[in-house]
Design a protein around this ligand. Structure first.
Ligand code: NAP
Length: 266
């Protein structure tokens, strides 16, 4: 291979590839950047127009399915693959499991736990964004779509509602809906700010993905305070791979797997 993502001067050190796109992936990248005994890099899908710089060598764009990823893992001699993609990035996670099984490269999932409904929450649980559209019902409502931009097109099937759509980058192509307000913003989103947003736009229902974590929980807590319904899109069942919930746990597993010595230096 003419060019490698990894550090050529670090030959012999175990290579770790993080599949990223989440806060947890960035946190793990920051931690791994401090270890000279590993040669780590991160891969992003390239969905965000202006991604924040990463603390590790970074590649951007798809691999070409599970087969492409398998080829990449072999050519780059990756020792360990960490799937730290978003809980709703189901295809990438499936590809990671398939490629890891095909190549024998160990795979570790890093996935924050889903949110659990608390007393006072009014959740309508659905299995997909398409199902969320039906769950809004026939009568016009004021809907806050907090599901990112990739799947909001489904709501074109329900033009009777008015929508506030929040995303990091603009929705493309623009939504074919009569009443839409676009908000471009990057989390984390505090509960107080979410309360203000919900009030300002007189929202009566929120559509959210059960992403877990704290960065986007503010809207769920705010909905509880206001007694608003949340149409909650639940996660697909993930592939059965060893999975941890936190960056600390991931690091511990990486040490166990790649340098099972008592020394915990860098
Ligand atoms: P997806 O549907 O599971 O993946 C679609 C394709 O995008 C994959 O098959 C792969 O292409 C490519 N891809 C995804 N993640 C990649 C990565 N980290 N590195 C290289 N290629 C990647 O995923 P998605 O829902 O489009 O999400 C894309 C990215 O955005 C993920 O990295 C995810 O962590 C992040 N994200 C997603 C959501 C969400 O709600 N879905 C929310 C926040 C962040 P090839 O098949 O060609 O390899």
């Amino acid at each position: 291979m003419a060019e490698t993502l990894f550090d050529m001067s670090a030959m012999g050190r175990p290579r770790i590839l993080i599949l990223g796109g989440t806060t947890e992936a960035r946190q793990l990248a920051e931690r791994l950047a401090g270890y000279r005994r590993y040669d780590a890099a991160i891969s992003l899908a390239g969905r965000t127009a202006d991604p924040r710089p990463q603390p590790l060598p970074t590649r951007i764009g798809g691999f070409g399915g599970a087969e492409g990823l398998a080829v990449f893992l072999e050519l780059e001699k990756v020792s360990l693959l960490v799937d730290a993609t978003h809980p709703f990035a189901a295809r990438m996670s499936h590809n990671a499991a398939t490629a890891a099984a095909a190549t024998g490269v160990p795979l570790l999932g890093l996935r924050r736990p889903a949110w659990e409904a608390q007393p006072g929450d009014r959740w309508t649980r659905v299995a997909s964004v398409a199902e969320a559209v039906s769950a809004l019902g026939a009568a016009p409502r004021r809907v806050f779509l907090a599901i990112g931009r990739q799947e909001v097109f489904h709501f074109e099937k329900a033009p009777q509602h008015s929508y506030v759509v929040r995303s990091v980058d603009p929705v493309t192509p623009p939504l074919n809906l009569p009443e839409t307000t676009a908000i471009l913003a990057h989390g984390p989103f505090a509960e107080a700010d979410e309360l203000e947003l919900l009030g300002k736009h007189a929202i009566d229902v929120i559509v959210a993905k059960n992403s877990g974590g704290t960065a986007t929980y503010g809207k769920v807590a705010a909905a509880r305070k206001l007694g608003l319904e949340v149409v909650m899109v639940e996660r697909h069942k993930p592939a059965e791979v060893p999975t941890v919930c936190t960056c600390d746990e991931a690091l511990e597993r990486i040490h166990q797997r790649l340098s099972p010595v008592k020394d915990r230096g860098v």
